[in-house]
Structures are given as C-alpha cells and as structure tokens.
Design a protein around this ligand. Structure first.
Ligand code: SF4
Length: 283
C-alpha cells in the first residue's frame, strides 16, 4: 500500500476502509455476484472510494447515474479522469418529474433521489461514499454495512465480527450496501486526496464544499443561491418548468402560485404554511 499505516493515527481509517471493501468483495464473490458496484458521483468522497478500491486490488466497477442537473464541470471531470466509468441515463428528467408530480422536490417530499440518484445496483454489492460527518441524519441512520430489500425495513450492521456474521448470512434479495469511509471526516478526505495526489473537480477550488445536483433542496439556501448564480441557465430551466407545471396543474384555480418565478422563490426561500397548502392542494 502506498500510504504508511500511521497516516490516520492509531485507528488507521485507510486500512479499515480497505478491509471493509475486501470483506464486501469476498461476500460478493461467494454469491457469484461479481465485481463491486461503486455508486460514483464525481465528488471528493467518490474519488476516495474509487482509489481505495484500486488499493484493495479487487474487481470493481464505477457507475454514474446521470441526473441532468449536475454541474457541467463535474461531467467534464469524470469524462477526463474516469474513462471506464459506466454512465446510466435517467428515464425521466428532474423537469419531467416536477411537471408530473405538480411540485418541485422539497426536503419533506424528496421524490427525485429514488428516480435519479439511487437507481441501479439491485442484487449487487454496492459501495458508496456516505459519511457520518455529512449530517446528523446519516450519523443516526447509516452503518458500515446495510441491507436493503424491497418492502422490508433497511437492516444495518456494524463492523464487529458478530454483526458482520449477520450481514454474511443475510439471505434476503435486494441490495447490499457497504460504506467504507463512513467514519471519515472532511479533513481525512482531503488529506487522503493530497497524499495520493488524486485529481478532483475544479469546483472545490471555487469554494464549493459539496457538489451535486444543482438546486438540491437538501442543500442550505446560501449554497443553492450560489449554484443558481454560477449556472443561471439551470435557474431559467427550473422557472420554465414551473411555468409548465402550473399550466398543467389540476384544479389550477385553487393554486396560489401564478408564475414559475413565484414557485422558484418559494422553492428557494420558502414561505410559512405554503408546504401545507401545497399538500392540501395536491390531495
Ligand atoms: S436534487 Fe437532491 S434530493 Fe433530488 S436527486 Fe439530487 S441529490 Fe437527491
């Protein structure tokens, strides 16, 4: 391995992450499920996971789900640096989904992730770059090893031997998810990138700390404002979509929004009670 064992102190996070990856591959191999399926986004966490897979010397594939709302710089970065990346197109774009659902995605009604981001990997062992440090929700709801089966509750497993055994014998069909860098901090990520001399997307040098879907409702308002300033074409596209959405609303007369611009402002800045009104309107 290129990195000294002490790089992250006594509890070497690199070795732990590689051990998780190797364990996942052993499981995948024993079930004839082939190479590990890496859910790749072009962001800093993804590039770290891809590098760890390379260091683990196991077979893996990098898969990217096209969302149609990714920053062009991220797309270019992936095209330039990951020639073997497997690209998957969406069935319906974010804009089609908004028109169909009569609503933009919100923190409470987040219909787009399952349609755009979380597709693929069924029946495979999947690796993600999920980290606890990203949010309290992730800290409370995610574990190094997870089992997703349709119609069943997600099963979570820790690193210890007993829990790994459960993960090993789990016979449910669905998707196995391994989060090898779940315990890494932002600093760990950047130290590793620096140490391994990995290329990363230029947007990080423009002070974007998180890169992903432009205008994602899960991002803080200041970040979304910055994104729409940086890529005004996407702002225009959202407003045009909201106009179309309003035209095609059932019971239009009950809707308090009159223009796409009004919907956009509500979507970005919110207005007390509007979420509830919208839900009533949808019923
Ligand atoms: S906009 Fe946000 S919530 Fe929607 S798919 Fe993208 S990351 Fe998921």
């Amino acid at each position: 391995m290129l990195i000294e064992n002490t790089f992250f102190g006594e509890n070497n996070k690199i070795d732990t992450a590689i051990d998780r990856i190797k364990f996942a591959y052993e499981q995948s191999k024993s079930r004839d499920l082939g190479a590990l399926y890496v859910a790749f986004s072009g962001g800093k966490d993804s590039i770290v996971v891809a590098e760890l897979c390379r260091l683990a010397k196991i077979p893996y594939e990098l898969h990217y789900n096209i969302t149609g709302i990714d920053p062009p710089e991220v797309i270019k970065f992936m095209k330039d640096n990951y020639p073997n990346l497997i690209w998957h197109n969406f069935e319906k774009s974010m804009f089609q989904l908004i028109i169909e659902k009569h609503l933009p995605p919100t923190r409470l009604i987040r219909f787009c992730c399952s349609e755009l981001k979380e597709r693929g990997g069924q029946g495979r062992y999947c690796l993600t770059g999920v980290r606890w440090a990203e949010s309290t929700r992730r800290k409370n709801n995610r574990k190094p090893f997870e089992r997703f089966a349709r119609g069943k509750e997600k099963m979570l497993f820790n690193d210890n031997e007993k829990e790994r055994k459960f993960f090993e014998v789990c016979q449910l069909k669905g998707k196995f998810v391994v989060n090898p860098i779940i315990d890494w901090t932002e600093q760990d990520i950047w130290e590793f990138i620096k140490k391994q001399n990995l290329s990363y997307c230029c947007l990080y040098d423009e002070n974007f700390t998180r890169i992903g879907c432009i205008g994602c409702p899960m991002a803080p308002t200041h970040q979304r404002e910055k994104e729409f300033e940086r890529w005004p074409g996407f702002k225009k596209a959202y407003i045009a979509t909201f106009n179309k959405m309003l035209e095609q609303m059932p019971n239009k007369d009950k809707c308090t929004w009159k223009t796409g611009e009004e919907v956009f402002n509500w979507w970005l800045y919110g207005e007390k009670g509007k979420d509830k009104n919208t839900l009533n309107f949808l019923e």
